[in-house]
Design a protein around this ligand. Structure first.
Ligand code: ADP
Ligand code: MG
Length: 275
């Protein structure tokens, strides 16, 4: 059973008289433990797709199952439960509460759920330490850099122990070095804690640590719609792995060179499992 199973998903937006066909027949399966980038130009449907995967929005047509449950059949309560218990979100532009410290921002989702301050604080401190922010826990967002704020947002997404984290353009407002660091942190969490990550980006410089690339164009998947099996990857399946080289060694390479190089041939030599 896949964590995410989408079949022939369509999403239309109605803008007055006009209908925007944002997603035009998406078939997508994502397994537990994957680290997936949804990559495509602006307007290709990335945010729309992530909002469906995150049960924030509903498709116009098609079926969507999350962890084996058809989202369409869930009551509103069950859907909130799914969102609160299973999924962590990193929204575009951080969305931190300005008057709260980093620690308080990360504690917030637990406190909303009714956890004690002690438990909320312990879990929040652990997640902030994981993203390397122990020294900044009492800082407010305005006193932090963009990269630090994004790390707070990641810690906040993790504090409920989700099995899936969805991040919409988590590096959009960051310089490329910071962007790489954010992807690295997410990838480390993916490996260490076996958390599934699905994130969108339009920046192909960031894709060398991605296990799987799903390419979106005009609301359609043009590459990478099926999970990698590790053997006999079918046509249209696209593996972009870090291989065994360190990032610094790869830094000088033209992005398209390794993209083509990694396509369809590269096994998951970075130890990723795709069960
Ligand atoms: P991306 O995140 O890749 O930039 P989006 O999912 O935001 O793409 O948008 C896909 C298409 O749907 C675009 O043409 C966009 O203008 C349109 N769209 C997105 N959200 C809405 C909305 N709420 N109302 C109308 N059109 C929308
Ligand atoms: Mg978007």
């Amino acid at each position: 059973m896949s964590l995410i199973e989408m079949q022939n998903i369509r999403k239309d937006y109605h803008l007055g008289e006009t209908i925007v066909h944002a997603l035009q027949g998406i078939d997508l399966e994502i397994d537990t433990g994957e680290f997936v980038a949804i990559w495509g130009p602006s307007g290709s449907g990335k945010t729309t797709l992530l909002n469906l995967i995150g049960a924030i929005d509903e498709p116009t047509e098609g079926s969507l199952a999350i962890a084996g449950t058809n989202v369409h059949l869930l009551s509103d309560n069950k859907k909130s439960e799914l969102r609160n218990e299973t999924i962590g979100y990193v929204f575009q532009g951080f969305n931190l509460v300005p008057v709260l410290s980093a620690l308080e921002n990360v504690m917030l989702p637990l406190q909303i759920k009714g956890a004690s301050s002690k438990e909320a604080k312990e879990k929040a401190l652990y997640r902030l330490q994981e993203v390397g922010l122990t020294e900044f826990i009492h800082h407010r967002p305005a006193k932090m850099s963009g990269g630090q704020q994004q790390r707070v947002a990641i810690a906040r997404a993790l504090v409920n122990d989700p099995s899936l984290v969805i991040a919409d353009e988590p590096t959009a407002n960051l310089d490329s070095e910071t962007a790489r660091m954010i992807i690295s942190i997410m990838r480390d969490l993916n490996e260490k804690d076996a958390i599934t990550f699905i994130f969108s980006t339009h920046d192909q410089r960031l894709l060398d640590r991605v296990k799987r690339l799903v390419r979106l164009e005009d609301g359609r998947i043009v590459d990478g719609g099926n999970p990698l099996t590790g053997m006999g990857m079918g046509p249209g399946t696209h593996s972009v792995s870090a291989l065994n080289s360190s990032r610094s060694e790869r830094e000088g390479e033209a992005p398209t060179a390794w993209l083509v190089e990694g396509a369809t041939q590269a096994p998951l030599s970075d130890g990723g499992t795709q069960s």
